[in-house]
Design a protein around this ligand. Structure first.
Ligand code: IFM
Length: 444
């Protein structure tokens, strides 16, 4: 039996646009996701987050679920357009929602882990170029400063950004996420400014607020494997790793961009002069922990017609409902690599989980053995990694609730709580009960 120490943090994670709803309430303005989801052809069924899980009104009910689970911590994000609905205009009513949420969590002994940016960029910022505009760093800093000022003493952990790969590459290169652009130069500028704003926010919290609250960033990482040992496929895996992982890991943890990828990207980039002298020192500022979202490995092969010479290869691994390879072994290899090549910081798995088709039974229960097995395999992997001394300090299951899964709308369910989006009824799934048991026993 694998044991977890009493200090190990078990939690669940969500994000603002995916669960809150109340898209016009208490002064919130529109974000790029409100607009993108209303653009025909962008989100399945033209689903949107206007109501989502109505968490804005039902947060007390959702905290009851957290209590049933017995989690140590709850990770959620703040919606920037609630705090600054217009440039330079602070909205106290928006901040009050997060105060109520955080106070109730604290009252119940659940540590708030707060992400500042989980992709809901205010439209006013987007209209001025969004993250492609270097001024976005200043806009973000004004927002971050207000959050620190109002909330820091009640928060247990700050995460500056969630998955800059998605915000940058899915949003500006692949066009799958808001704002739906397909321009690699914009994508690289976006990533750079997001990372810069991460570094600046960490320094602000430490220097101006002299805060002891741990702060870090969360990257989504997917270890890349070649479909064969041919020179072509090895090159493909190297490039896929650069595109998905190293372009983010290297600046944050080593203070440089990978030169092989700079070369490869340069056919789409007129110049790298958006990287100013001193930026990389700021980006690689010392943090207190390193956050990783892990879902799957990647499996790739050479393709001369693809932008960066790789494409997904056929893999015979068992898959989640997203079609993603279930790969706990590769998860362990990823963590070992990070320890060897990148960082000694405590690692938090800030997201891990799986979408599968769920059905409510006649007795109003949801049996989700596949999700339960996925979660068990990954928690088991965390326990084994810690036995090897890998210092994983916590695990946040994605997600507390079924929610708005971006371009997939409400079709993909990641929750350990089933949500009926018509009635807003919540039903804890079997995987939720199992997670509660693991937490209670602190062992798997
Ligand atoms: O739902 C997303 C979340 O917003 C970010 N990480 C991955 C999850 C599942 O796709």
């Amino acid at each position: 039996m694998n044991k977890f120490s009493k200090d190990f943090i078990f939690g669940t994670a969500t994000s603002s646009y995916q669960i809150e709803g109340a898209f016009k309430e208490d002064g919130r303005s529109l974000s790029i996701w409100d607009v993108f989801s209303r653009t025909p052809g962008k989100v399945l069924n033209m689903d949107h987050g206007d109501i989502a899980c109505d968490h804005y009104h039902l947060y007390e009910k959702d905290i009851e679920i957290l209590k049933t689970l017995g989690v140590d911590s709850y990770r959620f994000s703040i919606a920037w357009p609630r705090i600054y609905p217009e440039q330079g205009q602070y909205n106290e009513a928006g901040m009050n929602f997060y105060k109520k949420l955080i106070f109730l969590l604290n009252e119940n002994g659940i540590k708030p882990a707060v992400t500042l940016y989980h992709w809901d960029l205010p439209m006013w910022a987007h209209e001025q170029g969004g993250w492609t505009n270097r001024e976005s760093v200043d806009w973000f800093m004004e927002y971050a400063e207000k959050c620190f000022e109002e909330l820091d003493e009640h928060v247990d952990m700050w995460i500056t950004h969630n998955e800059p790969w998605c915000a940058g590459f899915l949003g500006y290169h692949q066009g799958i996420h808001a704002p739906g652009h397909t321009n690699m130069e914009e994508a690289l500028k976006t990533v750079h400014h997001i990372l810069l704003s991460h570094g600046e926010a960490v320094s602000l919290l430490k220097e101006k607020f002299v805060s002891a609250t741990p702060i870090g960033i969360t990257l989504n990482l997917s270890p890349m494997y070649p479909a064969s040992n041919s020179a072509n496929d090895l090159l493909a895996a190297n490039n896929a790793d650069g595109y998905s992982n190293r372009w983010f890991l290297d600046p944050v943890l080593k203070g440089s961009y990978p030169v092989d990828m700079m070369n490869l990207f340069s056919k789409y980039v007129h110049s790298y002069d958006f990287i100013y002298e001193g930026d990389l020192e700021k980006i690689s500022v010392d943090c207190d922990f390193f956050g990783i979202n892990f879902y799957s490995r990647g499996y790739v092969e050479f393709n001369s017609a693809s932008d960066f010479l790789f494409k997904n290869a056929f893999s015979n691994y068992p898959k989640t409902g997203m079609g993603w390879d279930i790969s706990p072994v590769e998860f362990k290899e990823l963590i070992r690599r990070l320890r060897k090549e990148y960082t000694n910081l405590p690692i938090f798995i800030t997201e891990n989980g799986a979408a599968f088709d769920d059905h409510v039974s006649e007795s109003n229960t949801v049996h989700d053995p596949d999700r339960q097995e996925y979660v068990e395999q990954h928690i088991q992997a965390v326990a084994e990694l810690n036995e090897e001394g890998m210092d994983i300090a916590g695990y946040y299951l994605w997600s507390l609730l079924d929610n708005f899964e971006w371009a997939f709308g409400y079709e993909k369910r990641f929750g350990i709580t089933y949500v009926d989006f018509e009635t807003q009824e919540r039903i804890l799934k079997d995987s939720g009960y199992r997670y509660a048991e693991i937490i209670r026993n602190r062992s798997i």
